[in-house]
Design a protein around this ligand. Sequence first.
Ligand SMILES: [Zn+2]
Length: 200
Amino acid sequence: MKAMLLMRIVSLRDNPEPLTLEDIPVPEPAPDEVLIRVSTCGVCHTELDEIEGRTPPSVLPMILGHEVIGRVAETGERVTKLEVGDRVGVGWIFKSTGDDDENISDEFVATGRDANGGYAEYMTAHERYAYRIPDCFTDYEAAPLLCAGGQVRPETLRQSFASPERDAPSRFFRRHPDRRRSACLSAPQPRAPAPRFPVA
Ligand SMILES: [Zn+2]
C-alpha cells in the first residue's frame, strides 16, 4: 500500500516536504483490531509538532494522521461490534485503559505518533477506538471531528456520533439546521472517492 512516512524529525522551515511516499505491506489487524481502508484523513497542527519534535513519534518511521475516516476491510477474530463495510473514524486515542482518565493515562497510545495513523491507504485500529460515523456526515465533514478524541473521552465521542445532537458535533448541527438528526438518520451520503496518492 502507499503511505506517507515521517522518517526523521526535521524543521519545516528547512524541509517543507518532510513526509516520504513509500510502498509498504498492508498491516495485519490484531485479534481486537479492524483493518480500515482509509478514504480521508484530516491534517492537524499536532502533526507539525510531531514532525518538528515537540511531541515526537515514539518510533520512526511513523505514519502520521489522527483524523481518519474509512471503511472496515477486515476484522480481527475477537472483534464483535464492527463488521466489514462499516464506515468508521479513528481519533487521537489509538488505545488506552478505558478508564475515566484514559486520555491522560500513561498507557495512552496516540494515533499517528505511537501507532501508525491515517496518511496511508490502510491502517489498523482497536475496535473500542473506531467509531461508527452517521450517514449525515460526508467523510470530509466527519474527519476533523475526530481530533476531539484527545480532549474528550472516547465514550463521549462515541455517544456524540450515536446521538449527533450532543456534544462535539452539536456545533455542526447548529450551523447546518437542515441536517437535524432525522435527516442524519435518513439521508445516506454517497461514498467518498477512492484515495488518490501522488505518483512517486
Ligand atoms: Zn488533531
